[in-house]
Design a protein around this ligand. Structure first.
Ligand code: NOJ
Ligand code: CA
Length: 702
């Protein structure tokens, strides 16, 4: 009897071996096992023998047709190894290594006339990416996704840094809690937004950052979101299994597909060091190389803007107090202006002067065009035409003036979510930009989407965002899209997409505030997909200084605002405060003048999500480095080793730090600037105030 059992086991092991495939990472630290169990595909992941993901099933449900979830047999496997490198047009590093082992399994449904799909797995040293592929074949053409059923079966009740799952917005504060607490904390986490649609009491968004009980840092996101809807994760909080949940369209479908096609990559970053998550380039590596032949027109930008004064309520986007306007009908020249319109020629020239004096590249101007009187909340189709300025904004004169000072003006296209209207005007609007010297646009999608019923993160909208980016490229225009879907590394392929918002930016500091630990989390979450236009650089943290009726304050010390230029990577960086304020703190503003926006190298020196981040970056084409450090509300001592500096060279270090008595609530503007000489042998210990941080410029001596 015993013998029979042993034999039986051996037989089972044999079938298991045939059906199971193991893929290891180039450094052998990660191991992924794929197997079919009773026709259902499963995968699991380990890191240095610790469980990252237990067996989780894979597949998609299809509407009005058999699904891709079971009935599979493994009919082919292919493996490959790739080790190449590439140079981004702009980025955190000069050269990025793309090194992985690949396994592609072909899964056939014999009962569905041999219909088949492929799942392609790529295992890097820093994580796993996989996607579903639907090759061209006789028995598969059009299909509608009812739901994607990709499981991420976690090893336990991980600590998570999560946002409520939502089809329309990521502009929420991050909640830090164990997964078992998500349900209980969900209601309070869903704060109000101009457009929002949550879907589940345990639904969360990606990038989802987690820390396991055994010390693994795990991040789940997606790469190359193209012609597909955005993935959220629905949590089974008994078993700690996350299952993909796609954003539906206006009639509830999750995606319209036609073979050959594929899903975006599902990505899982893993390490036992938090800094490795920040340094990972896996999401970029899973995107396609750029197809743009000429990228010489794409340049990182440091800018100031006619912006914070409207966000704080000091001035306004609109020109008059009229409750309703109609483009082409309302004659603005006949109406008395309310006198708080910031985007007027004289005032914009002051910003241009400031930008020119301090070596900035550009000035953003919002509220320059007709239509702002009733732009929001009216579900108005024909809301802006993107080419008609208010009477006090002289397009030609400002173009001339800015050009004479070597400054670009950044265009602003607020669509108010009226997307058909934007597409209607897009060519004319881009041509207007070219004719008037603009080479970059900040676009925005505030409010519910028109066509009505579509969500910001659905397939139709994702196709729109990409359409706006590729069309912009035809006009050599760079794009910074706000309220668009969070990035998934697409700027590798379309490098004119400089940045997105897609999270709670600095603007929320004027709408009630961001948590003091916000910027110690965002690099682990939102920034995993790509750069954010976070708009740092607020030196006057009391919003009431600009608008006495607004009691919000910016949860930061002044020194930490400088650190954000380094810790919040973006090739597009704003100096978000007002010139009148910067003029009071010109010694601190010097760091914003000096800091680079493009880099040859980057290193995470210290990192713990939710607590602190210290990053060092080497400025493009120089031997100079910049360091930024940000911490949470508790404050801390930061200790860093400058061994990344060139050996045998001396550097002049300027340290912009919190004063001893600085505090983000009570004493935010207390900073000290000191200069010392350092080498690669130097170590620095630096005090960070509660809600504070520091910034350092390291200039190599000749
Ligand atoms: C929201 C954007 O995030 C903000 O930066 C912009 O000023 C307003 N919309 C108006 O377009
Ligand atoms: Ca926004």
């Amino acid at each position: 009897m015993r013998r029979i059992i042993v034999l039986g086991l051996a037989f089972n092991m044999l079938t298991l071996l045939v059906q199971a495939q193991v893929l290891v990472s180039p450094d052998k630290n990660l191991s992924m096992k794929f197997e079919l169990k009773e026709g259902v595909p499963y995968y699991q992941l380990t890191y240095k023998k610790k469980v990252v993901l237990k067996p989780g099933s894979l597949g998609l449900e299809v509407k009005d047709a058999p699904s891709f979830v079971d009935g599979f047999t493994l009919t082919d496997t292919k493996t490959a190894t790739v080790d190449t490198s590439w140079n981004p047009v702009w980025g955190e590093q000069k050269t990025i290594r793309n090194h992985y082992n690949e396994l592609t399994v072909t899964l056939t449904q014999k009962d569905q006339k041999d219909r088949f799909i492929q799942i392609r797995f790529r295992l890097f040293n820093d994580g796993l990416g996989f996607r579903y592929e639907f090759p061209m074949q006789d028995n598969l053409n059009y299909f509608i996704i009812k739901e994607e059923k990709t499981q991420f079966a976690l090893s336990g009740d991980n600590k998570a840094f999560w946002l409520p799952g939502d089809y329309d917005t990521q502009e929420y504060s991050t909640v830090t809690s164990n997964l078992s607490e998500v349900r209980g904390k969900m209601k309070a986490a869903v704060t109000s937004n101009a457009s929002q649609k949550t879907f589940s009491p345990t639904g969360v968004q990606t990038p989802l950052m987690m820390k396991s009980k055994d010390g693994l840092y795990i991040n789940i996101h997606e790469a190359a979101l193209v012609d597909y809807s955005c993935m959220s994760l629905d949590l089974d909080d008994k078993n700690f299994v996350l299952t993909s949940h796609l954003t539906p369209d206006a009639i509830g479908d999750m995606g319209n597909m036609q073979a050959p096609c594929q899903s975006p990559w599902r990505t899982i970053l893993v390490s036992d060091k938090a800094g490795d998550i920040l340094e990972s380039k896996l999401v970029l590596n899973l995107n396609e190389p750029t197809k743009f032949e000429d990228t010489s027109w794409i340049k990182p930008i440091k800018y100031i803007g006619v912006w914070w004064e409207m966000i704080t309520g000091k001035s306004q986007w609109s020109y008059t107090d009229m409750p309703a306007v109609q483009l082409g009908v309302t004659d603005y020249s006949k109406v008395k202006p309310h006198g708080k319109h910031a985007a007027n020629t004289k005032h914009v020239k002051e910003y241009i002067d400031f930008a020119a004096l301090h070596g900035l590249d550009a000035v953003l101007v919002e509220g320059w065009n007709e239509g702002w009187e009733d732009w929001f909340g009216k579900s108005k189709d024909y809301v802006f035409d993107f080419v008609t300025p208010y009477p006090d904004f002289d397009v030609k004169e400002l173009h001339r003036y800015a050009a004479s000072k070597g400054i670009k003006i950044i265009m602003h296209h607020e669509t108010s979510g009226s997307v058909r209207n934007y597409e209607r005007h897009l060519d004319t609007a881009y041509q207007f930009m070219v004719d008037n010297g603009y080479n970059a646009v900040k676009s925005g999608y505030v409010g519910n989407i028109l066509p009505r019923g579509e969500y910001h993160y659905g397939q139709w909208m994702n196709n729109h965002y990409l359409y706006a980016i590729t069309k912009a490229a035809e006009y050599k225009i760079m794009v910074n899209a706000h309220e668009a879907v969070r990035p998934t590394g697409l700027s590798r392929t379309y490098p004119n997409l400089l940045a997105n918002e897609a999270a709670r930016g600095t603007e929320y500091e004027a709408f009630g505030g961001n948590n003091a630990d916000h910027t110690t989390i965002l690099p682990f979450t939102r920034l995993i997909g790509g750069p954010m236009d976070y708009t740092p650089g607020i030196f006057e943290t009391r919003v009431s200084a600009y608008n006495p009726t607004n009691n919000s304050f910016v949860h930061t010390t002044l020194a930490r605002q400088l650190a954000l230029y380094v810790t919040m990577y973006s090739p597009l960086q704003m100096a978000a405060d007002l010139p009148e304020t910067y003029n009071k703190f010109l010694d601190a503003f010097k760091f914003i003048e000096d800091v680079a926006v493009d880099w040859d190298d980057s290193k995470a020196l210290e990192a713990e999500p939710g607590d602190y981040i210290t990053i060092a970056r080497k400025a493009k084409g120089t031997n100079n480095w910049f360091v930024g450090s940000t911490c949470d509300e508790n404050g801390r001592m930061s200790s860093i080793d400058l061994k990344f500096l060139d050996k045998g060279k001396k550097y002049s270090a300027t340290i912009y730090a919190d004063a001893k008595d600085a505090h983000y609530e009570t004493n935010p503007q207390a900073y000290i600037i000191r200069k010392i000489e350092v080498t690669s042998k130097s170590k620095l210990t630096q005090h960070c105030a509660p809600g504070g941080g520091y910034a350092i410029s390291l200039i190599q001596k000749k």
